[in-house]
Design a protein. Structure first.
Length: 321
DNA sequence: AAGGCGGGGGT
DNA sequence: ACCCCAGCCTT
């Protein structure tokens, strides 16, 4: 009788090792506590889209205290969400995290829905976030693939230093194939993510601490260099920087801001106002310090209005009501 | 498939 | 200085 080819890799071994490592090494994050609501998990997932855990923690605590259920946030103006978002970055996420509860109230009786398809239909919820909420909040056997998971799979199974620039169908197929039975799905999803975040990091992986070091294809291959160089995002001088500075002004403002102040056509001293640190005046000076052109300032303000991150209010501009 | 969209801490 | 982070949406 011919010997069947050994499955490569031994998924069962990986499941046990990573689950054991996770139980012993997982960070105590509040959205992982057993009593955390699906809403709390959903808020964490929105905030964690491209923002590291350490910066999310304090803002998440404030949001959950202020808006303990989706309906509480849905009842507020969008601008309150944008203001409470603070400096987490990508403030469009705050708009979406404000719009999602409206859809939850409208379509799901105020309760975060529990299926992948229902979640995917919510504003700001893509394939990753839908799978993550379904898995972590509802223990649904969905396949969660984020940047950490992709990197772990690339190394452990594919022998590559880094995953491809964008998620491919082949990667998703591999991720599905590696999933354990539904009993272990949640721990597997969370465990692989945590392994990528704490040990199998992008820059300097802690291979000596890895629970699956002996099974790693990348280590077996001698840890080859990445086959491509990730393209970094420019920052200085970009519209994103200017938009961010304008949003910082609007968050600090307690009244509509005259557009001439944002566009730089009025002298700040002549405009008066409080000069103390931390106020709107300080944020305006930071905006001016970018030395953006009139065209760029105008383009950025128009963009913020277009995006709904700001709106006209009387003679000025303010966060959306 | 590619590009826009924040911001800060680690290296 | 540069890199990276629990991505999503539009073109």
């Amino acid at each position: 009788m011919p010997k069947p080819p050994a499955p490569a890799p031994d998924a069962g071994l990986l499941h046990g090792r990573i689950a054991g490592w996770f139980e012993a090494n997982a960070r105590p994050l509040p959205w992982r506590e057993p009593d955390c609501s699906p809403w709390g998990i959903m808020v964490s997932e929105f905030m964690l889209q491209q923002t590291p855990v350490a910066r999310v923690l304090p803002v998440w605590e404030q949001w959950l205290q202020r808006w303990p259920v989706p309906a509480a946030l849905a009842a507020e103006p969008a601008g309150e969400a944008v203001r409470a978002w603070g400096r987490l970055g990508y403030p469009r996420r705050a708009l979406r995290l404000h719009a999602a509860p409206a859809a939850i109230v409208e379509d799901h009786g105020g309760e975060v829905p529990g299926t992948y398809a229902q979640l995917l239909a919510l504003p700001g919820v893509g394939t990753y976030t839908a799978a993550a909420i379904a898995s972590f909040a509802f223990d649904a056997p969905e396949t969660v693939v984020d940047t950490n998971v992709r990197r772990v799979h690339a190394r452990l199974v594919s022998g590559q230093a880094l995953p491809s620039p964008s998620l491919t169908a082949k990667e998703m197929k591999l991720a599905h194939a590696l999933m354990p039975g539904s009993d272990g799905a949640k721990i597997w999803n969370a465990g692989v993510m945590e392994l990528g975040a704490l040990v199998c990091t992008a820059r300097s992986p802690g291979c000596p601490q890895c629970p699956v070091l002996d099974a790693c294809a990348w280590v077996a291959a001698g840890r080859p260099e990445p086959s491509y160089v990730p393209k970094g995002q420019a920052w200085a001088g970009t519209d994103r920087q200017v938009r961010g500075a304008m949003m910082a002004v609007l968050r600090k403002a307690t009244a509509p801001v005259l557009p001439q102040l944002l566009l730089g056509s009025v002298d700040l001293v002549a405009a008066g106002g409080p000069a103390g640190p931390g106020g709107i005046h300080a944020e305006l000076r930071r905006l001016r310090a970018l030395d953006a052109s009139d065209e760029q300032l105008s383009r950025c303000l128009d963009g913020l209005l277009e995006d709904g991150l700001a709106e006209a209010s009387g003679a000025g501009v303010a966060l959306p009501a």
